[in-house]
Write a protein that binds this ligand. Structure first.
Ligand code: SF4
Length: 65
């Protein structure tokens, strides 16, 4: 079974919004809301995925800006 990778998915964001440092060959998955929030006064973290990872929610549609 062939899979399309995260880096070709409409939900993949190719930069780090969770921290100031950019992760090598990784990005954020925006298919779902942030998964954790360290403290009540901080924001949640978006899931970080590898560029060549994949999942069953892959979408080739262009994401709305
Ligand atoms: S984890 Fe799934 S939905 Fe998220 S970017 Fe990768 S393929 Fe897309």
């Amino acid at each position: 079974m062939a899979h399309s990778n995260c880096n070709a998915c409409a939900f993949y964001e190719d930069h780090a919004a969770n921290s100031d440092s950019k992760l090598q060959n990784a990005g954020l998955c925006r298919a779902n809301p942030p998964i954790s929030q360290p403290a009540a006064e901080t924001r949640g973290f978006w899931p970080v995925v590898s560029a060549n990872d994949w999942c069953g929610k892959f979408s080739g549609a262009v994401a709305a800006e």
